[in-house]
Design a protein around this ligand. Structure first.
Ligand code: PCA
Length: 327
């Protein structure tokens, strides 16, 4: 109840700030819902993108970012942009893999686990992704990888059997499937609610990056981080296709130029944020560990199962992406 009141108050302040902004400026206001904290590198990058767009369109388009799921929760952002309730938004597209397997390309286990490989995989996937997004009234602007995904626990985990029965937060199909195959119990929880879920004992484990562990102050409840490097999922910024289509050529070009810049600077920010988050985890008493050979071998096997499942679902489009990536 208390959080509800606080959220309501925050929303009221937000609305009055926006009203001020829209009367003070002549251009169009675009709302940009995002699911992650304002201090996260993805959100900071989006703020810079918004500034670039305001400058590049000479004030015609003013993007107002709404971090931490305050305007729409992560899971609702894509639909909000599709329907034009929000003009633009940032979303972890792999969470929509149930709509189309192509959305899950970045979460195929152990396929692209370095920044270079992640860039290469995105390049291979982009044309297919754009097709799928286009069919849903969306246009892809830019995409930024999260650091490699590891496993957080409150105990030593040396073999897959040690995970049995542990409740783990899931954020997409791959996290849920990995949980199932390791004998864990997946529970879908928004990033903004991780700390609360850990403190309440709803979950005892996470599959995520060092950065999201840091954002959620996981050391208050967990003490082991295994650098499994399962995959590097991406946040993708999408705009409503109809709204974009109505812009002048000059404003379209300005937004695309800012998108190219945001994709490059987001990549750099992700690398830097990962290094510093790993340090922060250690400083706060987390053990940052490599998986044992036994654990790594089991995870690799689970990865193979998940990869064949994905390939079977993704069909010819998926095969083309993987072939292009491996070229
Ligand atoms: N953070 C996001 C997605 C992957 C990551 O590292 C999250 O946990 O929701």
């Amino acid at each position: 109840m208390k959080t509800k009141i606080v959220n309501f108050f925050a929303a009221a302040v937000l609305i009055s700030t926006q009203a001020y902004i829209s009367t003070a400026q002549a251009g169009e206001k675009w709302d940009m819902p995002m699911a992650y904290p304002a201090t996260n590198f993805q959100s900071i990058n989006a703020d810079e993108f918004a500034k670039c767009v305001a400058t590049g369109t000479s004030g015609d388009i003013n993007i107002v970012t709404h971090p931490n799921g305050t305007l729409f929760k992560g899971n609702d952002i894509k639909r909000a942009v599709q329907t034009g309730q929000a003009q633009i938004g940032e979303r972890l597209l792999s969470s929509h893999e149930n709509e189309n397997a192509i959305y899950g390309t970045d979460s195929i286990p152990f396929l692209a686990t370095s920044y270079d490989a992640s860039v290469k995989l995105f390049k291979a996937a982009r044309p297919e992704l754009e097709k799928v997004l286009d069919s849903q009234n969306l246009k892809l602007l830019y995409s930024v990888p999260w650091p490699p995904q590891g496993l957080y626990f409150s105990k030593d985990v040396n073999k897959v059997e040690d995970m049995k029965g542990v409740r783990v937060r899931s954020y997409n199909k791959a996290t849920a499937r990995m949980a199932e195959l390791t004998g864990m119990v997946p529970i879908s929880i928004e990033a903004a609610e991780i700390s609360q879920a850990l403190s309440a004992g709803v979950i005892g484990s996470l599959i995520t990056s060092a950065v999201t562990g840091q954002d959620s102050k996981v050391w208050e409840n967990l003490n082991h981080f295994y650098e499994v490097k399962a995959w590097m999922p991406r946040n993708t910024v999408i705009v409503n296709k109809d709204i974009f289509a109505k812009l002048s050529d000059k404003n379209k070009a300005a937004i695309l130029d800012c998108s190219t810049k945001a994709e490059a600077s987001g990549l750099d920010k992700s690398k830097i944020a990962n290094e510093s988050a790993l340090e922060t985890l250690s400083k706060n008493g987390m053990m940052v560990l490599q998986p044992s050979p036994d654990l790594a071998a089991s995870m690799a096997k689970i990865g193979e199962t998940m990869t064949s499942e994905w390939v079977a679902k993704a069909g010819a489009a998926g095969k083309k992406v993987i072939d292009d990536f491996k070229k």
